[in-house]
Design a protein around this ligand. Sequence first.
Ligand code: PLP
Length: 432
Amino acid sequence: MLSADEFDRRHIWRPYASMMTPPPLHRITDAQGVYLTRADGGRMIDAMSSWWCMAHGHRRPEIVAAMAAQLQRMPHVMFGGLTHDPATELAQRLVRLLPPGLDCIFYADSGSVAVEVALKMARQAQAARGHATRTMFASARGGYHGDTWKAMSLCDPETGMHGHFGGSLQPQFFVRRPPVAFGDAWIEDPALNGLQEVETLFAEQAGRIAGFIIEPVVQGAGGMRFYHPRYLAGLRRLCDAAGVLLIFDEVATGFGRTGRMFAMEHAGVWPDIICLGKALTGGHITFAATVASRAVAQAIAGGSPGLLMHGPTFMGNPLACAAACASLDLLQAGAWRDDVARIEAGLTIGLAPARDMPAVADVRVLGAIGVVEMRSPIDVDRAHARAVASGVYLRPFGRLLYTMPPFITSDRELEQIVTEMLNICMIESGDI
Ligand code: PLP
């Protein structure tokens, strides 16, 4: 008879893993606030906010209560031909929160699906406007948009999965990643700020491009880089001039993570279509939304077949809508603003010593995101095991050691995360 762990390892795929040689696992039996409790009784701080979604901490009472109440009434009902209060109430909250005109909401199952829907919207809107040849998409290098096929084709062509899936992925257009870093002085010269390349691409290929997709300000899983918000203003202008629809992927950055409700607020620029996910439900259940401008929705309605061609089984799931409403109410209450500013200050001061370490190439902090970029690839297994033994759950990748803690992380807990990150830097520098 196999133990639970043995059975798990024999039969369950893990993310980005081999079924035959699965990575080490920690069995979690309880999650509360910032803490994960393991089956062996050990506790660790979830410094990853469980892949960046658990903004208000685990098992947040307000969200749990809203979900529990909804569970008693109606966990699910199909969305075709039916509607329900949680879906309407969530839409009301999102319309209030988003810029005017960005108000046509499609409920999706996950961030990747939200991206797929955004791409479909752009393609259908362009076709409806008479641009049948605008079938491709453009993006900046260094991005990440999800693991489904079309989303994958728009992830960074080197750090993404193009190498693994090669010819199966539809070719897309890429410009270099936005070169001016967040916090640096903006460079007006378009040859240096990256916008000339976009302009040239559009001059040559706009007739084939339906939309340009980008993560505003923070490029997450593609490299954890923060770029200058002015890039987005230039991109908006160029997209307008070329008739290319602008899509913001705020799946990772939305709902306070960068210190603003949405990262696009750093730039004061709005897209034609926005993708939301992860922290939309406070991370308590999978859910996402793709929100289009009324102009995009009207264009789609005016084309053939005049319908947006997407409709998943679990669209508008009431349980997820109820969780999202409770999470947005918490954000509306506003305490997150002070918390994110406090975490930003704590990470900035706490991670500063890493700048002087020989193995460290760069340290950057924005909102509740702290990143240490090393000069060479991190010994990920060693770093991870060390952090876990010290009570902090960190999952570095490549040359990147980073944290995205829940907003409720206390100063003491933050200090513990930072101490552990510095220890890993010292080990990587050969100082321990
Ligand atoms: N877009 C961005 C910017 C993301 O960071 C992610 C996930 O990390 C996704 C899309 C995909 O979301 P999901 O994993 O929910 O499919």
